[in-house]
Write a new protein. Structure first.
Length: 207
């Protein structure tokens, strides 16, 4: 959930936003902008965000402050993964959890052209999940990662992590999805909301 703060003092606005962001697992950073003389606005961010390929623009009146994350064990690494369909044998689901973040042809996980294709990763046990990171392919077909949703499955409950990511995705983009505090499950799923191909280079899941 995004929160906006207005104040006449830059320092007070900064520290209010920093405190809110540090208290929320869903906050991955915040914007701090000068609206006009003696008025500053801060907005916490986001349900999803590009980690790489992300730009704020050239405005000297705005700054983006990134929240640091402790990178713990990637729960998805070398786990069992399944695609709703496969583009071909070279583009199997296992490529999404092999630890390779730069993927030439044949080392990606890719579906056939289909209605709402999906990729599911069995984490092997039940975990609290804080964030899911998805790496795009490194060519002009990176747009095959547009229009996706991410969820964690636990028992009979599906927890959504972030909202729909619409794109546009560029080559080598890395997209971070944050999960609400109550998310706990044993499977992570990435699903297209359109009829298209779904192709990813790598998926990481962190608790």
């Amino acid at each position: 959930m995004e929160i906006e703060i207005l104040d006449t003092n830059y320092g007070i606005t900064f520290h209010k936003c920093l405190h809110l962001c540090s208290q929320s697992k869903q906050c991955i950073g915040f914007f701090l902008c000068k609206e006009k003389e003696n008025l500053f606005v801060c907005q916490t961010c986001c349900e999803w965000k590009k980690i790489e390929g992300y730009t704020l623009g050239n405005s000297p009146d705005c700054k983006y402050i990134e929240k640091g994350f402790t990178q713990e064990t990637n729960l998805a690494f070398n786990k069992t993964a399944v695609l709703s369909s496969e583009y071909d044998k070279k583009h199997g689901a296992a490529n999404a959890v092999d630890g390779m973040k730069i993927c030439p042809y044949g080392l990606r996980a890719g579906s056939a052209y289909s209605v709402q294709p999906w990729l599911m990763i069995d984490l092997g046990d039940t975990y609290d999940v804080q964030k899911i990171v998805i790496y795009a392919r490194n060519d002009y077909h990176a747009l095959q990662l547009d229009a996706i949703r991410v969820a964690v499955m636990g028992g009979n409950v599906n927890y959504t992590c972030g909202g729909e990511y619409p794109g546009p995705t560029s080559e080598n983009d890395v997209i971070l999805f944050t999960c609400p505090p109550e998310v706990r499950g044993n499977k992570a799923i990435i699903m297209k909301t359109t009829t298209d191909y779904l192709t990813v280079c790598e998926v990481e899941v962190y608790g």
